[in-house]
Design a protein around this ligand. Structure first.
Ligand code: SF4
Length: 285
């Protein structure tokens, strides 16, 4: 696995020498629900503009939402901004290294905390995402896939080599699931593993039918994206009529989307009834 990873790993910018724990944390926020190819350019611009937590914290919420662009699930941008503020003010602008403290940060869950401890600080902690879970299900248990389980962390921890190789092994496991042992079409001839229980059993199908990819067209998520795009490309508050034009297919859905953006704190309403990105609803001094 380690030899294969040294040869075959993708050249991703957040894996290069000199990338800081904060910049790795930013990549993990962005990669949570967005593919690598879409994250890469946004991440590059982001860390060039805001290389540290305090630089990010000093940006306005609206600037952060604009820089997030079309990565989707923009609540992550808001949480990242909050996370930067907590690190800047409570941790001397240094990303914590231990999992327990990382878990106290806004927007940092079980996966992200361990990914940062492992990839940014070289700790021997199990990192389990859907790719890793699938590889372990196949190689160890001979099953096509497995749902999340309370045993995931212990099981992956037991696979980690002792010593300094553990973080690279974790990265290799994840890379194998992302590029070779993929959900739909595993490329077994390219696999570095000589033993795999699923292959040995003749690739029995999954117990449950494969989940269909989530539809995007016509969803509330798409409506939210269309409304946010209007505000991201505006210099300040806009009247409701401008937003109405951005989503004409279903007016009830549009109003629902706008309500949810207000509730999430991504959008705010000015005293005169117009709408703006968070922090831009008040007249500038
Ligand atoms: S042999 Fe095939 S199924 Fe098994 S781990 Fe490798 S790519 Fe995945």
């Amino acid at each position: 696995m380690l030899g294969w990873y040294a040869r075959e790993q993708r050249d991703l910018p957040w894996r290069r020498p000199g990338v800081t724990p904060w910049q790795i944390l930013v990549s993990e926020f962005m990669l949570q629900q967005t593919p690598v190819a879409r994250v890469e350019p946004v991440w590059r611009d982001w860390v060039r503009r805001w290389p540290t937590p305090s630089a990010t914290a000093a940006a306005s919420p609206a600037d952060v939402l604009r820089a997030w662009g079309r990565l989707g699930y923009p609540r992550r941008a808001k949480r990242l901004h909050e996370c930067a503020t907590v690190i800047a003010t409570e941790h001397d602008d240094v990303v914590p290294a231990d999992v327990a403290t990382l878990l106290t940060l806004p927007g940092v869950g079980a996966y992200t905390a361990r990914a940062v401890a492992c990839f940014a600080y070289g700790q021997r902690v199990p990192v389990v995402d859907t790719n890793v879970r699938r590889v372990v299900a196949r190689v160890v248990h001979g099953r096509a896939d497995a749902p999340p389980s309370a045993h995931d962390l212990d099981e992956v921890a037991a696979l980690l080599p002792e010593g300094d190789d553990a973080p690279r092994f974790s990265a290799a496991l994840m890379e194998l699931g992302a590029t070779v042992c993929t959900a739909r079409s595993p490329k077994c001839p390219n696999c570095p593993l000589s033993r795999c229980a699923w292959r040995a059993r003749g690739f029995p199908p999954a117990d449950a039918p494969a989940r269909r990819p989530q539809r995007y067209a016509g969803t509330d998520r798409q409506a939210r994206g269309a409304l946010l795009e209007v505000l991201r490309t505006s210099e300040g508050p806009v009247p409701k009529a401008r937003l109405d034009l951005a989503w004409t297919a279903d007016t009830a859905q549009r109003d629902r989307a706008l309500d949810s953006l207000l509730v999430d704190g991504l959008v705010e309403q000015t005293p005169d009834g117009r709408f703006a990105l968070a922090g831009e609803g008040e007249p500038r001094p």
